[in-house]
Design a protein around this ligand. Sequence first.
Ligand code: PRX
Length: 647
Amino acid sequence: MSANVYPVPDDIAKNALIDKSKYDAMYKQSIEDPEGFWGEHGKRIDWIKPYSTVKNVSYDANDLYIKWYEDGTLNVSANCLDRHLEKRGDQTAIIFEGDDPSVSEYITYRDLHERTCRFANALKSMGVGKGDRVVIYLPMIPEASVAMLACARIGAIHSIVFGGFSPEALAGRVEDCGAKVVITSDEGLRGGRAVPLKRNADEALSHPGVKSVEKLVVVKRTGKDVAWNDARDVWYHEACAAASPDCPPTEVNAEDPLFVLYTSGSTGKPKGVLHTSGGYLVYASMTHEYVFDYHDGDIYWCTADVGWVTGHSYIVYGPLANGATTLMFEGVPSYPDASRFWQVCEKHKVNIFYTAPTAIRALMREGESWVKKADLSSLRILGSVGEPINPEAWEWYYEHVGNRNCPIVDTWWQTETGGILISPLPGATDLKPGSATLPFFGIEPGLLDNEGNELTGATDGNLVIKDSWPGQMRTVYGDHERFIQTYFSTFANAYTTGDGARRDDDGYYWITGRVDDVINVSGHRMGTAEVESALVAHPKVAEAAVVGVPHDIKGQGIYAYVTLNADEEPTEELRVELVKWVRKEIGPIASPDYLQWSPGLPKTRSGKIMRRILRKIAANEYDQLGDTSTLADPGVVDDLIDNRQNR
Ligand code: PRX
């Protein structure tokens, strides 16, 4: 833990929406009287029919339900667009910064509204209605936001699949949610390289399990020739041109689904995290405003991809509900060179910049000369998300990017939580590098031992959240039992986060990482079981075990132990082939960094793989293996140590 404490700068405290005493008072009220607190703050969004009840929640695993504002009705896209038109019609809603630095576009609220209405009507003409699922497989272009808002406008449920996922991964998600329409582009552009999204989508839709898709909508991004299926494929621009710009928003219930987003868990199959409309929007917009201390006129940039939850809540829904100007970046931090992030900050006079530790570490490695090339004087607040930020990276970010006068909000949350749960507020919280600090309003964290006893004071433990908040996920799409099992059965009467944390003497939280079989690679969440299923699907592989390994840039890398079928030779070619195979099955983010041949795996006598031992060997900590006497064959351990890859 870092010993440094950075007090709230005076000028920030003076102008901030929330200062220390306000935080204390509001936090107290939010915990003592959640009904009153959320009843009041629920009014920050526009309701068609106002709610008369606020919270209706039971965390009892035998009778579990989570409902907020349940008799209220609204439309999420009207909250993000229509309600701003009078005052902000000509204000920029989205600044698009292309992969190519000479490409940028400013889209006003009025323009975004019109584009959304046209596309919403186009979707309607394809037979999409309330409750239908639409999969969005797009690069970081404005059409991705338009597609999300258009679904929200007509009550359809969107499910975004990150453009870096493979056709296999896309097919699995399309099949699971039974999408009627898929939206993609001819190609994507990242770092000057084209990504064949339409080809991937064609391949995904040709899977035998994918039966629900009626239309594939294609955005023209690069103009590359693509294969065309006349009966199924529709050009986005043609569909929008033919559609009316008038599309009244569909009234939905607060608890009607807004989106499903697939995320990795500790089993092989990603789960569809379902978020609903009212509570989610209240929570996303409120956290966006207070955590980033968003003031009217600020230029706000979150570098995430809309394929992840961060993009949903903090590029699109939170900022647009608040009438903000949100920047959408198509490219990568290293193209055309390592000063790109900072050039974009200078070009658009960014005030609030939100990124991931892995990007900071990669840019830190390139040296601060790249940062110095740009004028970063517009920056006021910096943010971090996705994984623990190591104090060295924090200090570098603070000093070289923030010039020691921009608070860093280290925001801890999850796909499941819909919005930020633990984070500093710029005007209220003294900072400690590496700590996500204190809970947001309404969030009551707890630390439990493995038996479920609550621990008090400064301690380590399993992080749980003791009561509900409006942005919480409601179910796993199509599998409510899995929702209960995953989050509410390990410990009674609390939401289990799957993370471990330490609380210090000041009550600050330090997230220590996952306590389950989920790893975090460059801020991307990956189930070890998912990579294992991909490996064993290869005809030459008998068994595989995957663990996380500390990695300087990625935070965690992927270390795979592979047992081949008896008659197979472990060759270098096969090693390369298996790494490629995983890329093809899941996507480049799942590529193993190390792949070790393991004729045997350390197993207990009941056949359970002892991952603790595999993690230690992968991390080169093989002198700290602990008790290996319960292994069925302790001899396999020596072989694994001798042949380890991460020397
Ligand atoms: O382990 C925590 C880590 O990322 C996990 C959630 O991943 P995902 O659902 O993909 O959402 C990422 C974006 C919110 C968490 O269980 N994590 C996220 N933010 C932090 C973090 N770990 C430490 N510090 C953070 N600020």
